[in-house]
Design a protein around this ligand. Structure first.
Ligand code: LRH
Ligand code: MN
Length: 426
């Protein structure tokens, strides 16, 4: 299924007048405050978020999985679904593959489908948290940290294979997330596990092409429930420094213990030039992988405020890899991803409204109340007309969810694919 631009325009026509009224009102009031509205709209159009290839079907938990039918059953269909999201939102111009869940059979064909839909290949993800059929070694007791050198070698080789797959697709970064850890005190020697992991990452790092980067993702727990080798930002930062200039930390919003100050972690990693990218999602308790901005939208805004400050003041930090990492238990996967993209764009637009110089002066003068006023004035601004304008300029939908439903996309996919297709992934 492909959504033609004229279909989207037909859906937009009903909302064009109200959009123009809201946009004109907002841009007038922002222009009066000296805000360069066109610059913000341009930045929103340029802001592309990678869709996780493993989150295009229904997610699930150990307690059950409920399909939405019409799921993509191969990589071609997954990229077509990313194309559907991108045609409506114009901000999902990339896909992040997970290997071996998404090994291309025909690289030429996959690249043609993707470029035909303006979809780039973002970071490729290795998987040493599951055993593959006919694998010689098991990752039951870890992969890069395993006490067995044979297991570590198998995991290192897998990551080198993933780099090779990504290189053939035009990807420029490898994301390494390790489930490695322990479930009981005494099970692991923490120092041996960390040293093995560092040495293994250095072997993988040697296999990185010059223009590639390695993103080291941390997580405090799950699937191990007593210790995780790469448990927090400090450990990821330490390992990235140990590997070299092309290694960075990846921040998955769900990988923090309750009440962690993620915006402070983001600002520190940017100051040190070691923030490589994000896995956006939201959570109430653990690594819930819920829709971005659905639980803690203000926290997301504060993170983007640090990102905007960092992008203006930390040239030592590279361009960031923006990705979603979510799982869909009760929402249509495509609608869930569309809502996440909206929340990301909204947080970014609100953060771009913060006058960072005015805030810096108020911080210098310890005018605490003014600092909060500056932040919350931006946060309390309804920026949705700016997001709509950015989509409209790019040929997208004013209201992507409304367009998705009025074009009856899910039922069209069920007609095409039937009710029994199951997407690979989590
Ligand atoms: C681990 C994680 C990681 C992926 C996996 C699908 O929780 O966030 O980024 O490999 O989810
Ligand atoms: Mn993740």
């Amino acid at each position: 299924m492909k959504i033609e631009e004229n279909h989207i325009q037909n859906v937009n026509n009903n909302d064009l007048k109200s959009h123009n009224d809201h946009f004109d009102f907002l841009s007038n009031s922002l222009n009066n405050k000296g805000v360069d509205v066109n610059n913000i709209v341009k930045k929103l159009q340029e802001f592309q978020v990678a869709i996780p290839s493993w989150a295009l079907g229904a997610g699930g938990t150990r307690f059950g999985r409920f399909s939405f039918y019409g799921e993509p059953s191969n990589l071609e269909q997954k990229i077509q679904d990313v194309g559907l999201i991108h045609s409506l939102t114009q901000t999902a111009g990339a896909v992040s593959l997970h290997i071996p869940w998404d090994i291309p059979e025909d690289y030429k064909a996959i690249k043609e489908i993707a470029s035909g839909l303006n979809i780039k290949f973002d970071a490729v993800n290795s998987n040493t948290f599951q055993d593959q059929k006919n694998a010689k070694e098991s990752y039951k007791y870890g992969s890069l940290s395993n006490t067995s050198e044979a297991v570590r070698q198998q995991a290192i080789q897998h990551n080198l294979d993933v780099i090779n797959i990504g290189d053939k697709l035009g990807s420029k970064s490898l994301t390494v997330w390790l489930a490695d850890g322990s479930c009981f005190p005494g099970q692991n020697n923490f120092q041996t596990a960390l040293q093995n992991t560092e040495n293994s990452l250095k072997e993988i790092y040697k296999g990185l092409p010059n223009d590639w980067s390695m993103l080291i993702e941390y997580k405090p727990y799950e699937p191990n429930f007593y210790s995780t080798v790469i448990q927090d930002w400090g450990t990821s930062f330490m390992l990235a420094n140990a590997c070299g200039d092309k290694a960075y930390s990846l921040v998955d919003l769900g990988h923090h213990l309750p009440n962690s100050n993620i915006e402070q972690i983001v600002s520190i990693l940017m100051l040190k030039g070691k923030l490589g990218g994000f896995h956006f999602n939201d959570s109430k308790y653990g690594d819930d992988d819920l829709t971005v901005g659905s639980i803690k939208p203000y926290a997301l805004f504060l993170i983007f405020n640090e990102l905007v400050y960092g992008m203006q003041n930390n040239p030592q930090n590279p361009d960031l890899a923006w990705m979603i990492d979510a799982s869909h238990n009760v929402k249509d996967p495509l609608e869930d991803l569309i809502q996440s993209l909206e929340a990301i764009q909204e947080a970014y637009a609100k953060a771009l409204l913060v006058d960072q110089n005015e805030l810096k002066i108020a911080q210098q003068e310890n005018d605490v109340v003014k600092c909060q006023e500056i932040l919350q004035n931006a946060y309390r601004t309804d920026v949705r007309p700016l997001l709509e304008k950015a989509r409209l300029n790019a040929g997208g939908a004013l209201n992507p969810i409304k367009a998705y439903r009025s074009l009856d996309v899910r039922n069209e996919l069920i007609k095409e694919r039937g009710k029994n297709t199951v997407a690979t992934g989590l």
